[in-house]
Design a protein around this ligand. Structure first.
Ligand code: NDP
Length: 258
């Protein structure tokens, strides 16, 4: 056998560590659930679509929990139900619309804020006591390069992901000295089945234009791999912020298309 044992593998089998992944019913969250199960974690898959998370939980030996992260009371109930939590991957989120700010849709902006920002607050706040009690916790936030740089038509999403970025930075300061790491992964262009489709309200042509001519956008597995790598570093190593883009995307506006 080659390679170093991961942090999870080094522990006695009796103490199987638990990783909670929100938005585990598709895309990056589903791929992350698979990767963390492969690293030896018991994965709790949380999302609204029960059938999907149950199927994946069966496949990877995890546990499915139907959860809307925007529902504060439901999240509190979830935290009470959970035996332990060592890793929390705040992945649930997404973009809605691409109108300029001048035509911004308040309802869509509110929904983006609720899932990408308040969702992170609800789940992180509710699980922090368990993440701390385990003596070696990790909070990971999947933000976006949209939280670090703006682009035309991205105002509402960039505002929400900027807030997610701010939460990660604030939490890391507040938890300094506590046995909990705070990691932020900021993906660039990732081709997942639903992200762009949701953004463009089911318009397949508009969704496929996002990736048009880009030889190799990132995949959900690429980000899952990055997440699994980050959380399996030794406990004293905190990957503060990782920006991950496809080679064809040098910056938010600089995408090579053939
Ligand atoms: P998907 O649309 O495939 O995944 C979004 C996930 O979030 C789904 O599993 C969905 O599950 C879940 N979700 C949405 N709303 C809620 C809610 N209220 N409560 C619980 N779960 C919810 O997109 P991706 O996998 O591409 O995106 C995952 C994350 O990565 C998001 O935060 C996204 O903003 C971010 N990201 C994506 C990029 C991309 O290019 N694809 C780039 C940068 C960041 P369900 O509907 O079953 O609840």
């Amino acid at each position: 056998m080659t390679g170093a044992a991961t942090d999870a593998q080094r522990r006695p089998a009796a103490v199987q560590r638990t990783a909670v992944v929100t938005g585990a019913s598709s895309g990056i969250g589903a791929a992350t659930a698979r990767s963390l199960a492969g690293e030896g974690y018991h994965v709790v898959l949380a999302a609204r679509r029960t059938d999907r998370i149950e199927e994946l939980a069966d496949e990877i030996g995890g546990t499915a929990y139907t959860l809307d992260v925007t529902d504060e009371a439901a999240v509190a109930e979830f935290a009470g139900w959970l035996d332990r939590a060592d890793v929390l991957v705040n992945n649930a989120g997404g973009a809605l619309g691409s109108e300029p700010v001048a035509d911004g849709d308040s309802d869509e902006w509110r929904r983006m804020y609720e899932v990408n920002v308040l969702g992170v607050l609800h789940v992180t706040r509710a699980l922090l006591p368990k993440l701390t009690a385990g003596g070696d916790g990790t909070v990971l936030i999947v933000s976006s390069t949209a939280g670090l740089a703006t682009y035309e038509g991205g105002g509402g999403y960039a505002a929400a992901k900027s807030a997610a970025h701010a939460i990660a930075g604030t939490l890391r300061l507040e938890l300094c000295g506590a046995p909990v790491r705070v990691i932020e992964i900021a993906p660039g262009m990732v081709r997942t089945a639903e992200f762009a489709l949701n953004r463009f309200h089911g318009d397949h042509a508009a969704a496929s234009r996002v990736y048009a001519g880009v030889a190799e956008p990132l995949t959900a597995d690429d980000i899952a791999d990055t997440i699994a790598w980050s959380v399996t570093r030794p406990s004293h190593v905190n990957i503060d912020l990782l920006v991950v883009r496809p080679r064809a995307q040098a910056a938010q506006h600089k995408v090579h298309r053939t």
